[in-house]
Design a protein around this ligand. Structure first.
Ligand SMILES: Nc1nc2c(ncn2[C@@H]2O[C@H](COP(=O)(O)OP(=O)(O)OP(=O)(O)O)[C@@H](O)[C@H]2O)c(=O)[nH]1
Ligand SMILES: [Mg+2]
Length: 528
C-alpha cells in the first residue's frame, strides 16, 4: 500500500571534528626541531537541499537516522586530517523544517535552496598551529568538537499554482487525472483522497501545477473531516479552483450552498503571517458532472448567479472531458498573471539558514544554588566549545584553556558573580564540565576588591587589620595584668597552690616533702 508521508522526524548526527595532533619534528642532530602536528579535519555538515526531483519524504520516513562523516585526525609533518564529507539530503519543494519545539528553521520553497541543518564539528588545531613566541613547543593539541546531534521535523506543504477545493466526491481527483498525468485514486465515497496529489498541466506555452486536496466539509477549519490537516496544503497555492458537484444526490446540497460552506471554511483558516488570506487569492469555479443531464441543467441554472458574484465559471465533465480545454487555458492565464505579479512584488525576506544564530561573542555566568553551596555556571558558545576542545588528561591543555577563559573575561565575571577560590564552576549545560575554581589572577589586590558588595572578607576568612590586632593585644595584656595581680593577691593571702595541690609559702619554696618536684625548671636544674 502506498503510504503518504508529509511529516517525518529526522534524527541527525553531524560528523565530529578530527583531533589535532601533537608531534615534534626530528632532524639529524636536531631531535627537537619544532612542533609539526597537523590540524584535525572538520566534520561533515548535514545539508537539506530543496530538490524538484524529490517528491516525497517517504525515504526519510523509512530511514530517519542520518549522519555525516567525521573529520580525520591531524598527523605529524604538518599533515591535516581530511574534512568529513558533507551529507546532502534532498527534500521536496515546500518542505518546512522545524525544531522539536515547533520553531520554524527553514522553508525549502525555492529549488536548489540549501539549509545547513546539522553543522559538523570543528577540527582541533595541532600543536604546530598552537605554537607562539611564548609557547614554542606546545605539548598538547586541541580536540575536535562534536558535530550537531539532534532531531528536526520535516513537514511537506504542497506548493502548487492551483489548489482544487470542494466537497468530498465533487470530482477533484477525477479532474486532476483528466488534466494531467497524475493518477490519483478515484471512487464514489467521501474522503477517497487522503493526501494531496500533484499534477503538472501543460496548456499552450504555460506549464503549471495543480494540487488535489482532500475534500472539505463544514467545520474543516476546526479540524472536522480531514480539514485542518489539509487546508495547510491550500495555504501554499497561489490560486484556487472550486470544484462544485452538480449531480450530487445528497439531500440539502446544491452547488451554491456547497460553495458557501467551502468559502466559510477557507475564510476561517488562519494563514501564517505574511501570507495572503485564502479568500483573497484568485478563484475560479468549475461546475462538474455536466455529462449527467440533471447536472447540466443545474449548472446552467446556477451559472448566472455565480457570475454575478464575480466568478469566472466553467461547466465541465471529467467523464466526457467537455469544457476541460477552456478550463485549463483559463487556469494557465491566471497562473501567468500571478507569476508576473509575484515577480514584480518586493522580494520576500530571506529565511534563516542556520538553526540558531550562533552567538559567539559572549557568555553568561549563572549562579545556581546547590546543596554544597553556589554553583557558578558559564554558558556561551566559546567557553563551551573550548571545553570540548580540551584534553583534560593534559595539564598544558588545561592551562591553555584557563588562559583562554581568563582572556575572554570569564574570571572577572566569576568574581563579580561572587565566586571565590574553591567555588564550584560548571562550563556548559547539563552536567557540563565541573571545576573547583582556582583564580589565575596574580594580583591579590584585585582578588580582594573585585567582588563588589559581596566581599568574602566580611564572612569567614576575616583577616584582622593592624588596628584591631592591636586592640586585641591590649585587651589581652590588660587581662593578663589583671590575672597576675589577682594571683599575687591570692598568694599574699596564702591561698595559692601549685598544680599538684601543694601550698606554696611566701618565699616561693614548696612546703614539705615535695621539694624536688616543685617546678620543671627546678627539677632540670637539679639534674644538670
Ligand atoms: N458522472 C460523472 N461522475 C464523475 C465526474 N467526476 C467525478 N465523478 C465521479 O464522482 C466520484 C468521486 O470522484 P473523485 O474524483 O474521487 O472525487 P473527489 O472530489 O476527489 O473526492 P474526495 O477525494 O473524496 O474528496 C467518482 O465516482 C467519480 O467517478 C463527472 O464529471 N461525471
Ligand atoms: Mg479525491
Amino acid at each position: 500500500m502506498a503510504t503518504f508521508v508529509d511529516h517525518v522526524t529526522l534524527h541527525l548526527r553531524a560528523g565530529n571534528g578530527g583531533n589535532g595532533c601533537v608531534s615534534v619534528r626530528r632532524e639529524k642532530f636536531k631531535p627537537l626541531a619544532g612542533p609539526d602536528g597537523g590540524n584535525g579535519g572538520h566534520g561533515g555538515d548535514i545539508v537539506l537541499v530543496a530538490d524538484p526531483q524529490v517528491t516525497t519524504l517517504l525515504g526519510y520516513h523509512r530511514s530517519p537516522h542520518r549522519s555525516s562523516d567525521n573529520g580525520g585526525p591531524g598527523m605529524g609533518d604538518h599533515r591535516s586530517g581530511a574534512n568529513g564529507e558533507e551529507l546532502e539530503l534532498g527534500v521536496p519543494l515546500g518542505t518546512v523544517v522545524t525544531d522539536t519545539e515547533g520553531n520554524e528553521l527553514a522553508d525549502m520553497s525555492e529549488p536548489g535552496m540549501r539549509f545547513v541543518v546539522a553543522p559538523g564539528g570543528q577540527g582541533g588545531l595541532g600543536n604546530a598551529a598552537l605554537a607562539s613566541t611564548k609557547r614554542k613547543a606546545p605539548g598538547f593539541a586541541l580536540l575536535g568538537t562534536p558535530g550537531w546531534e539532534g532531531d528536526v521535523e520535516l513537514e511537506l506543504k504542497t506548493v502548487a499554482d492551483i489548489a482544487l477545493v470542494g466537497y468530498p466526491s465533487a470530482g477533484k481527483s477525477s479532474l486532476i487525472a483528466a488534466l494531467s498525468a497524475a493518477r490519483p485514486k478515484i471512487a464514489d465515497y467521501p474522503f477517497t483522497t487522503l493526501h494531496p496529489n500533484l499534477g503538472v498541466v501543460q496548456a499552450g506555452e504555460t506549464r503549471y501545477t495543480i494540487a488535489d486536496v482532500p475534500g472539505l466539509i463544514e467545520g474543516a477549519s476546526e479540524g472536522k473531516g480531514l480539514g485542518l490537516e489539509f487546508l495547510r496544503h491550500v495555504e501554499r497555492c497561489s490560486a484556487l479552483l472550486h470544484v462544485l458537484d452538480c449531480a450530487t444526490l445528497e439531500p440539502g446540497r446544491d452547488p451554491l450552498s456547497d460553495l458557501d460552506v467551502i468559502l466559510g471554511e477557507l475564510g476561517a483558516y488562519p494563514v501564517p503571517e505574511g501570507q495572503t488570506p485564502l479568500l483573497d487569492r484568485p478563484q475560479l469555479i468549475a461546475l462538474n458532472k455536466i455529462d449527467v443531464p440533471e447536472g447540466r441543467e443545474l449548472a446552467e441554472f446556477v451559472r448566472p448567479e455565480l457570475e454575478q458574484r464575480g466568478y469566472r465559471v466553467f461547466e465541465i465533465s471529467t467523464v466526457s472531458h467537455e469544457g476541460l480545454r477552456q478550463l485549463s487555458y483559463a487556469l494557465a492565464e491566471l497562473v501567468e498573471k500571478e507569476r508576473v505579479d509575484a515577480a514584480a512584488a518586493p522580494a520576500r525576506p530571506r529565511i534563516t539558514l542556520r538553526p540558531q544564530a550562533v552567538d559567539d561573542s559572549g557568555f553568561v555566568v549563572r549562579v545556581e544554588g546547590g546543596s554544597y553551596g553556589n554553583i557558578y555556571r558559564i554558558l556561551g558558545g566559546k567557553p563551551e566549545r573550548w571545553v570540548a576542545q580540551t584534553d583534560f588528561t593534559n595539564d598544558e591543555a588545561i592551562g591553555f584553556l584557563a588562559d583562554r577563559l581568563a582572556k575572554l573575561g570569564v574570571e572577572d565575571q566569576l568574581f563579580k558573580a561572587g565566586a571565590i577560590a574553591g567555588s564550584t564552576v560548571v562550563i556548559g549545560k547539563g552536567e557540563g564540565v565541573v571545576f573547583d575554581w582556582e583564580p589565575t589572577l596574580t594580583s591579590t589586590a584585585e582578588l580582594a576588591v573585585a567582588p563588589r558588595g559581596a566581599d568574602p572578607r566580611l564572612d569567614e576568612n576575616r583577616r584582622a587589620t593592624h588596628r584591631t590586632r592591636r586592640e586585641v593585644y591590649l585587651d589581652r595584656m590588660d587581662a593578663k595584668a589583671e590575672a597576675r595581680a589577682e594571683l599575687l593577691r591570692e598568694r599574699d593571702a596564702g591561698l595559692w597552690r601549685d598544680d599538684e595541690g601543694f601550698a606554696i609559702d611566701r618565699e616561693g619554696a614548696p612546703v614539705g616533702d615535695a621539694a624536688e618536684v616543685t617546678t620543671d625548671g627546678s627539677a632540670k636544674d637539679s639534674e644538670a
